[in-house]
Design a protein around this ligand. Structure first.
Ligand SMILES: NC(=O)c1ccc[n+]([C@@H]2O[C@H](COP(=O)([O-])OP(=O)(O)OC[C@H]3O[C@@H](n4cnc5c(N)ncnc54)[C@H](OP(=O)(O)O)[C@@H]3O)[C@@H](O)[C@H]2O)c1
Length: 323
């Protein structure tokens, strides 16, 4: 049978050796295996990641998602028979699906929906399973619930996001807010059913506030998570300098928000401890943060910091660990 493989990791995809055609014997099913004649496969980020991160001398076959027709079944197979049309996401522990024939354990296979073409059905399994597990297993949302609560999906137009928006709209009562940065992706996310679409290339908080969303209950951060990570600067004023520090910090807000690499910049004052301020900050990347530190208004603030601050500036970097 024919298959598509790689041997040298991390070659640019336009290099003729990045993916090569090979011929292999047709595999024989194990006890619970189906031998599937593959009709369509899809490409997911995992294919790129495995190709980039695998050192192999033997040709390795990529591919997880597939649709096809069952041609042979293992001795203990009970759920399918030859001729069945199937779709599945396969297993990372086994040989991939970019081949004419493919073995898959019957316990992770479904009947291909009649309403979908082979190609459309092949695009579904891995993204849908990921979105399903994220929403119901990891975030713990219960089907039919979520009234009055909000789900924010960053990267909502991508493979996983597209499925997540639809599952959340069809199966829960959550308010769904998706992010997309281009007109066509924003339109797509709206078409899939999101209640609101905001732009992940702009500060998210201001857009959420403009929507009148005071609080997000669930966040599915699907891509570029590091850009949306938040740090908090804690600034404690010297006695008598509370108002002066507040005024200085307020002068930073507008110019910082106008920096192209800034995603979020909001000042809070601790309610029961006047003069203790928290600046919640998010920058696109380290270069954007470095650029911020070199801005004249930040340098001017840094020059006054000793005079205003009770203790040196403390930066806390936050990583989201719960939903
Ligand atoms: N695909 C799968 O089946 C699968 C399974 C398990 C895990 N995963 C993981 O889940 C993640 C997402 O996979 P995917 O297949 O959904 O990816 P994808 O389809 O490649 O996602 C592309 C989307 O990411 C958005 N995006 C670009 N820059 C962004 C930013 N700065 N902030 C937020 N969104 C941004 C783009 O939106 P705009 O064009 O509007 O900017 C685009 O629609 C990956 O880490 C992947 O490894 C995927």
């Amino acid at each position: 049978m024919k298959a598509i493989s790689f041997t040298q990791h991390a070659l640019p995809i336009d290099n003729p050796q990045a993916l090569i055609d090979i011929s292999l014997p047709r595999p024989t099913p194990g006890p619970r295996d189906l031998l599937v004649e593959v009709r369509a496969v899809s490409v997911n980020p995992v294919d790129t990641k495995v190709r980039a991160g695998t050192f192999t001398k033997e040709p390795k076959i990529l591919g997880w998602d597939a649709t096809g027709i069952v041609r042979e079944v293992g001795a203990e197979v009970t759920l399918f028979q030859p001729g069945d049309e199937v779709f599945y996401a396969g297993s990372i522990a086994r040989t991939g699906s970019y081949s004419e024939f493919h073995l898959v354990d019957e316990r992770i296979v479904g009947h291909k929906p009649h309403s979908l073409s082979a190609a459309d059905a092949a695009a579904l399994p891995l993204t849908s399973i990921t979105a399903w597990e994220l929403l119901f297993d990891r975030l713990g949302v219960v089907e039919g619930t979520g009234e009055g609560k909000c789900l924010l999906i960053t990267g909502a137009a991508g493979g996983v996001g597209s499925m997540l928006v639809q599952l959340a709209r069809k199966l829960t009562r959550l308010t769904v807010i998706g992010t997309a940065s281009r007109q066509e992706t924003a339109d797509w996310v709206r078409q899939l059913g999101a209640h609101h679409v905001i732009d992940h290339s702009q500060p998210l908080l201001a857009q959420l506030q403009a929507l009148g969303v005071p609080e997000i209950d669930y966040v599915a951060s699907l891509t570029h998570t590091e850009q949306h990570l938040v740090s908090i600067a804690v600034l404690k004023a010297k006695a008598g300098k509370e108002q002066a520090l507040k005024e200085e910090l307020l002068t930073l807000i507008e110019p910082t928000r106008a920096e192209p690499g800034n995603l979020d910049y909001v000042l809070f004052e601790q309610r029961d401890e006047q003069g203790t301020f928290y600046m919640r900050e998010a920058f696109r990347d380290q270069a954007a943060l470095d650029a911020h530190f070199s801005m004249p208004y930040f340098q001017r603030f840094a020059a006054t910091a000793d005079d205003l601050l009770q203790e040196p500036l403390q930066l806390i970097f936050l990583e989201q660990v719960s939903a």
